[in-house]
Design a protein around this ligand. Sequence first.
Ligand code: SF4
Length: 514
Amino acid sequence: ITVYVPCDAAALSVGADDVAAAIAAEALARHRPVTIIRNGSRGMLWLEPLVEVVTEQGRVAFGPVTADAVAELFDAGFLDGQPHPLGHGLTEEMAFLKHQQRLTFARCGVTDPVSVEDYRAHGGFVGLERALTLSPAEIVAEVTQSGLRGRGGAGFPTGIKWNTVLNASAQEKFICCNADEGDSGTFADRMIIEGDPFLLIEGMTIAAMAVGARQGYIYLRSEYPHAAATLREAIRRAYEQDWLGENIHGSGHDFHLEVRLGAGSYVCGEETAMLESLEGKRGIVRAKPPVPALHGLFGQPTVINNVLTLTSVPVVLAKGADYYRDFGAGRSHGTQPFQLAGNIQRGGLVELAFGVSLHDLIYRFGGGTASGRPLRAIQVGGPLGAYIPASQLGMAADYESMAEAGAMLGHGGIVVFDDSVRMDRMAHFAMDFCVVESCGKCTPCRIGAVRGREVLEKIVAGQDVADNLALLQDLCTVMADGSMCAMGGLTPLPVRSAIRHFPEDFAPIPEGLA
Ligand code: SF4
């Protein structure tokens, strides 16, 4: 009998290792031989550790399982898929999973993350095998045709970026994967790296073949030690089985891949600060132009893409550009792994085509607030994202609809707040975050955030609220218009959206300022 117990960090944090050990011990004592496979997470985080038992009908889910509950699960016959209060029936039939459109996360939680054989058995490396039959220009054309846009936040068309690097002439070119996932409420990069790391390796290898690069780096945040270990093991096995290295499967293509760990700086998620950090320097933002596609790592043409962008590429190549392009809405093609977090009943990962409403994500999948109190606000796109009031949850989650509403999708993190939230405090938090994380290179951000925090402290304390709000609006204009990068440039977004949508929390507020 095969039993799956996740080794994803979210499951480990709530005792998955103890559960795996308890199942092994109980099976031994009862003479019921079991094979325990440590898989990634299915993304139903409120059910972790989610244990699955393989039956003739399919995989049956139980969760959240604690080590203490294991003996009782054996008594109830869970190895034979018998019903139990912790049981949820067939995993694939669970509503949270069944109604998703998983392209990128199709294998996550299904396979053994570090087994090349399992990866291959579930359609892995099909995209790379097809890429091996195409010229670099044909690969770039396929990615361009798919409509794939950068999932890191900016939504820049991936094919255009690759084409710039392809056409740049240089001795050396690089592929850099931004896995610095620092936005609040986001965990998709971590989940896919821990649950299906070969997908990232495959996507980066295809990118390398497309632009003529021989070396890639994955810039991973140091707060993800489990992801680092899984990724390094997957890279080691990929080398062992000729999916990385010199002359990959006799194709004439060489590609080498290394993991580099960050040191806890949010701004190193900004692409040029990441390059500085990769070069061993302090992570401060570089002026653009020149763009990294022409003058990137060590001054060479460089593709920089986020984990979710690169892990979308194998699907594009395996199933074809048109298949991928057909998902989505308007100019937002494909799927987005949304991450539900904060005060939500069913937190986790939901991959769906762009265009789903925020309301559907939060209520149909997330089940509303965890506290049971009315939802008051959500923040989408990390700490620099706008606050959206409950009245606007009908908004479609795609790049254009959100931009029209003065918000942004960012990395797809959605953080939910109930009616106990104080929005003047949240605005203060935004400025405070910028104070802590500013790289210090430009004045509007470095000084502006400190002044913004001070002004908000006065507003929260009720001192000269009208005058201080006017000052804050001025300051936000200077930061938005004068900052060198998104850190200072976008910090006004949560501040201004909080004032606009929740003026009662900044009272008294004079007319014309909200
Ligand atoms: Fe650095 Fe902030 Fe200026 Fe960005 S906006 S370059 S983080 S000081």
